[in-house]
Design a protein around this ligand. Sequence first.
Ligand code: HEM
Length: 511
Amino acid sequence: MVAVVVIFFIYDYWTHTYFKRLGIPGPPPKPIFGNALDFSKPLFEVIDEYENKYGPVVGIYMWRRPLLLVRDLDMLRDIMVKDHHRFYNKFPLPMSSGSFDNALFLLRDAQWKRVRDIMTPTFTGKKMKMMSGILNEGADDMVEKLLQSCKEDGNIDSLELFGSFAMDSVASCGFGLKVNSQKDKDHPFITHGKRFFEFFLIFNSPLFMAVSCMPCLRPVFKFFNFTLFPKDVINFFTDVTEKAVALRESHPSKQRVDFLQLLIDAKNGKSKMANENDEDDIHNKYFKDAGADENILIKTQKYMTREELLAQSMVFLVAGYDTTATLLTFASYLLASNPDCQDKLIAEIDDIAPKRDDVGYTTISKMPYLDQVVCEVLRIYPPAVVTDRECGETCSYKGYKIEKGMQIWIPAYTIQRDPTYWPDPLKFNPDRFTKENREGRNPFTWLPFGAGPRVCIGMRFALMEAKMALVRSLQVVRFEISPLTKIPPDVGLTSLLSKKSSYTLKITQRH
Ligand code: HEM
């Protein structure tokens, strides 16, 4: 018995000296836990401390698993864009997530390439234009809620308001369903949708940590058919999508331009590769800045299985709901705290899109100040604190050896608040994103959507959706700080910045 314990601790010590042997600095690991115990604090705080103490490349141990934190911009350019062929996978989840395993952000290698290649045309500027009408309709319920709150005490919970808007947008664009989350909180789509997000709490659960660190347990979980997401939630969304697909396939008159239809067309081989260069599309440049050359993707055979289609519908919910709600929540908070910027934005709205029916993809693409505001909100409060890559081939950069299989963390949050790139980083200043100020700036200093071929595929949609929601809101109300507003606002502990908390603001009716 003593021999087993001794061997265990020698092995533990050996694995925890991995970075020392490679000459990569990092916080000293504790036996068994590595550095995992540090993560009881918010993730961005821990990352910031590590970077300040150990520099731009830091070796960390999540229990015994080593991972590399990289904030060196040249290395990030190589990892995310230049040498993407070595780093296009993300680190796999330790447990199966049932049929959701086919979701784009969980896919790997050739399957990822094929599905991404098929889905890319779904997100072009032209498709966004076609879909903006659906979003504008969905914003009507949000505007009604704002006007009703003005008549009451004038306080709103911005996360609830914008979360409901984001949920309705997902329901209508991703699943072809009309729901009104502002009123009907008990709709099964909403209750099941919200339960999906309990998933993110899993990252801090002992079960998840144990499985992450002890890969030998994976077959055990597989044998007992444990899944990461609640099975009834997956079954609910699978069922909703199956019925919608069957209806549209049997009744062509029920078809409309939304994500679901675009996916069905892709599955049936009807979608075309789009390599469009839309002059009107202000959002095209983000793809270029992010080095997202979609031609990099190997053109594979174009088919999508039924399981893949069902999983991509859920992707809109998981990837698009919380992130967009977070962006809008912090946007309204920062506008309320900076009335001059809000005045300037309202002036632009009154000039270009003063009425409901003026709001659409083309008009919002012509609003430079709106774009500056949204970019600056995403800089201070990126909804995804970190993103990651897995190294597929041992290589070296700037003298740091990165071995095959290593997980790399890319800390957007700390880079975007680094005073070297962003003087006075906590000051909300949309002028950082004027055309002149953008020029010459390293694109890897602004990474809210990631970069390279694995950049957020929903970026255009998210920007359109958030901008339309802001315009529709500011056409009718102003955001103000209320005595109930928490300053600074609460933020989450994990890789997502949102938190189940109240984000109260006061609103006053315009005109
Ligand atoms: C403000 C809103 C959003 C933010 C901040 C955001 C952020 C991100 C980030 C940081 C990544 C990882 C990129 C990388 O590793 O380089 C990502 C990936 C992804 N996002 Fe988004 N996202 C948003 C909205 C959306 C929406 C609305 C959708 C779908 C309609 C979406 C779908 C995806 C998908 C499918 C991926 C995985 C892409 C792949 O692995 O190929 N996102 N997003």
